[in-house]
Unconditional design. Structure first.
Length: 492
């Protein structure tokens, strides 16, 4: 990835600051609880939800196992339909390609559909450096852009803002970006939406270049799919003369029929709708309608490294529904900015450290940004076992070991700050393989229980500062069992 947000501290430090923001916590609690309650009702309408979930998992796993084959098939289909395919190994290459394509049109501004991939690679910043203005057209992304802010949620990037804050942003900033906000703008949803519509309509009608991502790509036909709720995507995809789509290589599905599964599970898991209000599909170009030039930029940016990890690769199943964020108790309290990535919440805690590596302080801390309650796994529409991957990544950070970075097999060194944890685990492993020592240790611990501290000293203080140390029982289980059952069993 293009790197963490500039100046971001580790997750514990960022979260500690975030939980003190009462307005942020209130905004997040209200929004996430509303979304997840609606989602639960929408999912309950389908008797075959569990089967759809398993089908989505199987389709994604099959595709990832044969990704090389399907990507070649996709390129051939897109090219045959009049599109041009570009391959980008990393964020820098993708940004160079898109910047060059825009400059070749002679334009100095573009309109954008909401896209996690372009945020991941820092495309807006790269275009700005090249003198090209990129205008976000999704309502929430518009709020974030006008507010000089960062997205904090996959589905609702401005979830940390309330209506009053949005009104103030529109009133202050819209005039600097284009059409100003109406006089006397209030914080009612209808007025805010109308202000955004008027502001964006001017840009839609003027722009000659559109930039999008894609929710899915169909290998057999070369079709790209964008699902959204506002209609801004439809405008960006059809009005400009040139369309550039920047998509991660994992967004591919083999056949048109595979969409049947995801077009049922994605809207219910994300917006709690039976289907998306706008589902836009395009295949190449047409002489009579839509953009006359279509470019598809396929980005790797750490995805093949992730694919090489047998446990971690399941993160690439993600269809960006955000259901895991809305049920996560950690995200609800810390917010999305604490994750230091465009991918916040539970999915971000396993995806970002794999795409970017765990060398930075923030990435090494993300696998610990979880209580391992498992709620994220229960709601995931493609059954990503996020707790399993979190534990897997924690082991990699503490112990080091083999991994794939930039296509090469490397051996990672253990991260700093975990020496005491490694020593404790080794001591525990030795004790569990020596029953006599374990039994003696349990007896000593029981007989000295009244002298035990309530908090751990030294490095252990970080653990006991937020947890109660369990009391050691007056008698070890082995001794209790022998005393209460041993004689009975020996008399049989």
């Amino acid at each position: 990835m293009s790197g963490t947000y500039l100046g971001m501290p580790s997750f514990p430090k960022a979260a500690h600051e975030a939980v003190g923001n009462t307005t942020l916590r209130a905004n997040l609690k209200h929004a996430t609880h509303t979304i997840r309650d609606k989602r639960a009702k929408a999912v309950a309408e389908l008797d075959d939800w569990a089967l759809l979930r398993e089908a989505g998992k199987q389709i994604k796993d099959h595709t990832l196992r044969h990704l090389d084959t399907y990507l070649v098939q996709l390129e051939e289909a897109v090219t045959a339909a009049g599109g041009i395919v570009h391959w980008a190994a990393d964020a820098d290459e993708a940004n160079r390609i898109v910047t060059r394509l825009v400059k070749e049109t002679g334009e100095s501004e573009v309109v954008k559909v909401k896209s996690m991939a372009t945020q991941e690679i820092g495309l807006n910043e790269a275009l700005e450096e090249a003198g090209i203005a990129a205008y976000e057209t999704d309502l929430a992304e518009l709020i974030v852009q006008l507010g000089h802010d960062r997205p904090s949620h996959i589905l609702v990037p401005a979830i940390h803002r309330n209506r009053g804050e949005i009104r103030d942003i529109f009133t202050k900033e819209m005039g600097e970006w284009g059409r100003p906000a109406p006089e006397g703008l209030t914080d009612t949803p209808a007025e805010l939406a109308e202000a955004a519509r008027l502001h964006l309509r001017e840009k839609f009608l003027r722009a000659k270049v559109g930039i999008s991502g894609a929710n899915f790509m169909v290998a057999e036909t070369g079709t790209l799919v964008v699902v959204e709720s506002e209609g801004n995507g439809r405008m960006c995809l059809t009005l400009p003369e040139t369309l550039i789509s920047v998509v991660g290589i994992e967004k591919i599905v083999p056949t048109w029929r595979d969409l049947e599964v995801f077009l049922q599970t994605l809207p219910r898991s994300s917006t709690a709708e039976r289907m998306n209000p706008y589902t836009s599909m395009w295949t190449g170009t047409s002489d009579s309608d839509g953009p006359q030039t279509f470019h598809l930029v396929l980005i790797d940016n750490g995805r093949t490294d992730t694919l090489a990890d047998e446990v971690g690769r399941q993160a690439l199943r993600c269809i960006r529904c955000s259901a895991c964020l809305n049920v996560c108790p950690v995200y609800e309290r810390a917010g999305g900015h604490a994750y230091g990535s465009v991918y916040p919440g539970p999915i971000g805690a396993i995806l970002s450290p794999q795409l970017r590596g765990t060398a930075s302080e923030i990435d090494a801390s993300l696998p610990y940004a979880s209580s391992l309650c498992g709620a994220c796994y229960e709601v995931c529409p493609v059954a990503i076992d996020i707790p399993e991957v979190l534990v897997h990544l924690r082991e990699r950070i503490v112990q080091g070991g083999p991994a794939t970075r930039h296509g090469n097999r490397v051996v990672l060194k253990p991260a700093k700050g975990h020496a005491a944890e490694r020593a404790a685990m080794r001591a525990a492993a030795w004790a569990f393989t020596h029953p006599g020592a374990l039994r003696a240790g349990q007896r000593v611990a029981s007989r000295t229980r009244r002298f035990h501290p309530r908090t751990l000293p030294g490095p252990g203080r970080a653990w006991s500062a937020t947890r109660d140390l369990p009391q050691v029982p007056a008698e070890p289980f082995r001794d209790w069992w022998q005393r209460t059952h041993g004689k009975k069993e020996s008399g049989k």
